[in-house]
Design a binder for this molecule. Structure first.
Ligand SMILES: Cc1cc2nc3c(=O)[nH]c(=O)nc-3n(C[C@H](O)[C@H](O)[C@H](O)COP(=O)(O)OP(=O)(O)OC[C@H]3O[C@@H](n4cnc5c(N)ncnc54)[C@H](O)[C@@H]3O)c2cc1C
Length: 583
């Protein structure tokens, strides 16, 4: 873009390498991944970052505009349902499944030349970069991954032999994508009301009923919940089934996609309504534990959703910074105008909070799975809904604010901002709405399992370690953690206080992220001399965990000092960050 034009129309992020432009990502990978693995994936992340900032983004724009079309017959007049996708969507699939194998990273050794399956931390670094360009396909990738996880955990040997290879293939001609059909008209949140019936037929089952929201509607391997004939009501009576799209002889299974949803966001991806007309299915795991087993896939997806919403926020922030640095108003760069700087900071803080929580949750998951670590398992149980609740919610606001930073052009579909905003609204609906996830965090994780104790212990240990962070500031954080945990415990153990569940979940999120940001500042400073995350921690503490007078001036000195350093982009020495944090 020429100089003259760039002062008229704000540039966008086209050509930006989303990996290279993200110092926080590189810093957190350094903390959380062993050096050999980090070094191995860096060139791949670099390539994905470049693709996401350019070709993939272009494909995402096209795929969003040219939505999938459901056909009920093939060209020979046979009653064969199929979904037509734009070639841009196919290209996105090829890159995600075929080139990077994101769906298979947790399951299959050898992806991108690494001899073992990847830890969740590494996998979600790819999820995060990919979703900065394309959020719609993020769902199919995740449910394919989740279906493989469920199958390998609970499927019998024959089922695994038949379906696991296809779910984890990177050869596009052999890949069989997954899906998860739970929601029915009667209940999305209230899953116990499902009415789909499973009737035994020898060792197999026949399914009858209707599924109301089926993303990746034409997936080949579907995981779903249904009630075996005569089983108890409620979630206890639900079984988990695997339903193939095609039978062994290649003919279609007995279910129909009735129509595709006309959605606000994720328009590139096909979500359908499906009628089951005696569809063949196989029971997965114990029939009386269907819901409990499916909950593992739900939690798997909730972490993924948190990461994907963080990706949307990062992309939105990239866009807002590009505009603010590239456009003039009233003779100054927008990025130099005090009120605009404050808005940029208000996007940056929730974005970085979410990134911290994504890494902490994925790391706890890795420790829980590989080390059989019970405390880590409790930490994942606590952090997953907390992350999903708040990051998906914040993404709506950050994406909306980034749209506004671009002014009128931000509202125009030629730019990414409307797509980001439309997509962002889905994060807090699927895999449990905000209310349902907050109730899970408080009622179940805290109230039933006492998982907040593991979070408290983890955060205290982090604060004890971070010696270079001023003691007085760490004491403030300790106090905030204890108050948030106490509040969550009071709400989670008292059914009369259900109405406070969202507030208490947010309190856990803010206390955890403020603490983790301070701890990361210490670790990153040791490695590369940058303590900027300590400033972010202080902003979270001030704005999210400290009582304020709504009539007092909001833009205090800490905010202005932090804004100057954070928006400048250069590393912040610990002494400077510590002076502001403790001030
Ligand atoms: C684009 C898209 C794709 C989707 N893809 C899939 C898919 O692939 N597979 C699948 O199974 N589902 C899918 N869903 C469905 C989604 O998971 C559900 O829509 C969601 O769980 C909410 O369920 P519901 O629509 O029945 O709303 P309801 O359960 O009727 O909820 C309505 C409102 O009531 C609130 N509410 C409900 N119970 C409580 C409570 N106890 N306390 C307080 N508030 C409450 C909810 O928070 C919500 O605001 C998809 C949805 C969308 C929009």
């Amino acid at each position: 873009m020429s100089e003259t034009l760039s002062s008229l129309v704000a540039p966008d992020t086209t050509g930006l390498n989303f990996f290279r432009a993200d110092r926080s990502l590189a810093d957190l990978l350094e903390i959380y991944l062993p050096a050999p693995l980090r070094r191995h994936i860096e060139p791949h992340l670099d390539r994905l970052g470049a693709l996401a900032g350019d070709e993939l983004d272009h494909c995402a724009r096209l795929a969003d505009r040219h939505v999938p079309i459901l056909h009920h017959r093939d060209r020979f007049g046979r009653d064969e349902q199929w979904i037509e996708y734009h070639p841009a969507y196919r290209e996105l699939e090829r890159v995600a499944y075929g080139e990077f194998g994101i769906h298979a990273m947790s399951h299959r050794p050898g992806i991108l030349g690494w001899p073992a399956p990847y830890p969740a931390v590494a996998k979600h670094a790819f999820t995060y970069l990919f979703n900065q360009a394309e959020f719609g396909l993020g769902c199919p990738i995740n449910v394919t991954d989740g279906a493989a996880m469920l199958l390998s955990r609970f499927g019998d040997a024959a089922l695994k032999a038949a379906y696991l290879d296809g779910l984890t293939q990177t050869d596009m001609t052999r890949l069989t994508q997954g899906a998860q059909f739970m929601t029915e008209k009667e209940g999305g949140s209230d899953v116990g009301r499902l009415t789909t019936v499973a009737t035994p037929e020898g060792a197999r089952w026949r399914l009858s009923g209707e599924k109301w929201f089926c993303s990746n509607a034409d997936a080949e391997v579907v995981m779903l919940l249904a009630r075996p004939e005569g089983a108890a009501s409620g979630t206890r009576g639900l079984g988990l089934f695997l339903m193939p799209r095609r039978l062994e002889d290649g003919s279609p299974n007995r279910y129909r996609i009735v129509r595709l949803k006309d959605k606000l966001g994720t328009r590139s991806m096909a979500s359908g309504e499906i009628v089951l007309e005696g569809a063949l299915a196989y029971a997965v795991g114990r029939l009386d534990r269907g819901f409990v087993q499916m909950a593992e896939m739900v939690n798997w997806s909730r972490l993924s959703n948190g990461v994907k919403s963080t990706a949307l926020m990062r992309r939105a922030l990239h866009d807002a910074l590009t505009v603010a640095r590239g456009r003039m108003a009233f003779g100054r760069r927008i990025a130099d105008l005090p009120l605009a700087r404050r808005q940029l900071l208000k996007m940056m803080v929730p974005m970085e909070q979410a990134l911290s929580l994504c890494f902490a949750t994925a790391d706890a998951l890795d420790r829980a799975e590989t080390g059989n670590d019970k405390d880590a398992a409790a930490l994942v149980r606590m952090l997953t809904p907390v992350l999903k609740f708040r990051a998906t919610r914040d993404a709506r606001k950050v994406c909306g604010d980034a749209l506004e930073m671009r002014g009128g052009a931000g509202y125009i579909e030629e730019f990414a901002t409307p797509r980001l905003l439309r997509d962002a609204h889905l994060g807090s609906i699927w895999e449990g709405t905000g209310n349902i996830v907050a109730l899970d965090a408080l009622g179940r994780a805290v109230g039933r399992h006492g998982a907040e104790a593991a979070l408290a212990a983890h955060l205290h240990a982090r604060l004890d370690e971070a010696i270079p962070v001023p003691a007085a500031y760490r004491d403030r954080l300790r106090d905030a953690v204890d108050r948030a945990i106490g509040f969550a415990r009071a709400v989670g153990t008292d059914p009369e206080r259900e109405a406070d569940a969202r507030q208490a979940t947010s309190a856990l999120y803010h206390a955890a992220s403020a603490t983790l940001l301070a701890w990361e500042a210490w670790r990153i400073h040791e490695a590369s001399g940058d303590a900027r995350r300590l400033l972010l921690s202080r902003l979270v503490l001030d704005h999210r965990l400290t009582a304020r007078d709504p009539l007092a001036p909001a833009a205090g000195t800490v905010d202005a000092q932090a804004a100057a350093l954070l928006l400048d982009g250069r590393p912040v020495p610990m002494a400077a960050a510590a002076a502001i944090a403790a001030g």
